[in-house]
Design a protein around this ligand. Structure first.
Ligand SMILES: *Cc1c(COP(=O)(O)O)cnc(C)c1O
Length: 481
């Protein structure tokens, strides 16, 4: 075992007994109570017409389920670090919650590293990936003791130059692209023959280059692959990790010692946007990996995982007020406050990213009856700004609430500033046990601010207000004096 491995061994975390917290029905019922409470408590309203809501209980349960899934398949004592991919939900209180649940962080920019650090995640639980690390970013990672994975030969040479013969104080690996193929969403498939990430292993000479790179650098102790995300069949992800494991064995064989002590198997477990079920679950994925690449789990390698969407997506809801309803070409349309600014991928690429929209009345109670085929539109000024097209759902009315489900990752935390629409507030919520006096259900839901809504003043400041006259006073005027 290398020195670095023990750093994250036996991390304490609040392991929870298996319960039904994340069963689909329990999850949906909890969400319904939270929506009702958000309206009743004024967390949302006419002047706060959109917010992101996070199910804290559900997040905790998913973190525990992730630990349990890998505990069930790894040899006892195997160090496993679950480094949450910060890009999925870059919100400090969320990272803090996950840290408390025993997770670390996978970061890919100075901003993400700063978020993880602000959340109190210690350097030994952080992994830096990124295909474009600057010398300053590399130096900072080494200074902090943050692990990093070099993306390409030039980056490794850059590392050599920075180290100048010294041994890095961080675990360092190389990212490889097993080139096993892509899934149904090209933009999220990172193991195609021409993906921009990692060393393309099947290219002529690439495998030899990797072997030589490790032989020349005894301090390279990790190997990394992340083969894709949404739209990737699990079998293909597993095949990529089989390639990763085989390469590690070959490197260690050549070295005559266990040079690679840790395999970073990436994230990428897809999310089911069709129902409230975790399907596939972390447990199912871990079991599949155990079956197809048993060598990952025999205890000879420490493991790092980098799951993002599969940990957070199901626990987020965008709640948006229906401002108006209308009809065009006989199609009912509900105009809401959620559109491209919070659901960018869905709006621009609806076939790949369909969202379920749930309907609630003005009091936040689930709407029933009078099902129609309607469009749910956003507030932005272009025709394609639609959360859902032709969705069969209860007819929405002005003052109702439309909820975009499964949006806890890559949605409301990924604001797109079209039309200068403000970043919505994000609130986390838990249910407190009903008091002996029989408190009502709404009062039993407690909310906490994760991030306040962006103000109009902030929008103006970010729009360069401090540089009001920078262009008019720059010179070069050619008009009449
Ligand atoms: C995006 C990314 C992840 C997380 O992917 P998910 O699909 O959210 O699990 C993990 N590792 C790397 C290198 C990534 O780029």
């Amino acid at each position: 075992m290398g020195d670095h491995q023990s750093d994250f061994r036996n991390l304490p975390y609040g392991a929870q007994a298996a319960d039904d917290t994340n069963e689909p029905d329990a999850r949906a019922a909890r969400r319904d109570r939270a929506v009702r409470a958000a309206v009743a408590q004024g967390v949302v309203g006419p002047d706060e017409p959109i917010a992101g809501l996070l199910d804290v209980t559900g997040i905790r349960a998913s973190a525990a389920a992730l630990h349990a899934a890998f505990d069930a398949v790894t040899a006892p004592g195997t160090p496993v670090l679950h480094a949450f991919a910060v890009k999925a939900t870059p919100l400090v209180p969320v990272l803090r919650l996950l840290a408390e649940a025993g997770l670390g962080a996978e970061v890919a920019s100075p901003g993400e590293l700063a978020l993880a650090t602000a959340a109190g995640i210690p350097p030994e639980r952080i992994v830096l990936d990124s295909p474009a690390k600057t010398p300053a970013e590399i130096r900072e990672a080494l200074r902090l003791g943050v692990a990093l994975n070099a993306d390409n030969p030039q980056e490794l040479e850059r590392l050599d130059a920075i180290l100048d013969g010294a041994t890095p104080s961080s675990p360092v690996g190389v990212r490889v692209n097993p080139q096993v193929g892509g899934g149904s969403i090209g933009a999220l498939s990172t193991a195609t023959p021409t993906s921009k990430f990692g060393v393309a292993l099947r290219d002529p000479g690439a495998r030899d280059w990797v072997l030589n790179a490790y032989a020349a650098r005894p301090w390279l102790t990790r190997l990394h692959a992340h083969s894709g995300s949404q739209g990737m069949p699990l079998e293909l992800l597993a095949e990529g990790l089989g390639v990763l494991h085989g390469l590690a064995e070959e490197i260690n064989e050549a070295a005559g010692r266990k040079q690679i002590d840790t395999l970073d198997i990436g994230g990428g477990l897809p999310v089911n946007f069709q129902s409230d079920a975790d399907d596939p679950s972390h447990a199912a994925y871990a079991a599949l990996l155990r079956k197809t690449v048993p060598g990952l789990f025999d205890g000879r390698y420490g493991l790092v995982t980098e799951f993002g969407r599969s940990v957070l997506a199901k626990h987020g809801t965008v709640l948006a007020r229906v401002e108006y309803t209308k009809s065009a070409g006989a199609r009912p349309i509900a105009v809401t406050h959620a559109g491209v600014q919070v659901a960018t991928r869905t709006v621009y690429n609806p076939e790949s990213w369909p969202l379920r929209i749930a309907a609630y009345d003005a009091e936040g109670r689930p709407r029933t009856g009078d099902t129609v085929v309607q469009d749910v539109a956003g507030p932005a000024c272009f025709a394609g700004d639609l959360l859902a097209t032709g969705q069969h759902m209860p007819r929405l009315h002005p003052g109702d609430w439309a909820a975009a489900l499964d949006t806890g990752a890559y949605y409301f935390a990924h604001h797109y500033a079209y039309n200068s629409l403000p970043r919505p507030a994000v609130h986390g919520w838990v249910e407190t046990p009903a008091g002996p006096g029989g408190e009502d259900a709404e009062a039993a839901v407690r909310f906490a601010t994760v991030r306040p809504a962006q103000t109009v003043a902030e929008i103006v400041a970010e729009g360069g207000a401090a540089h009001l006259d920078s262009l008019t006073t720059l010179g070069g005027a050619t008009g009449p004096a």
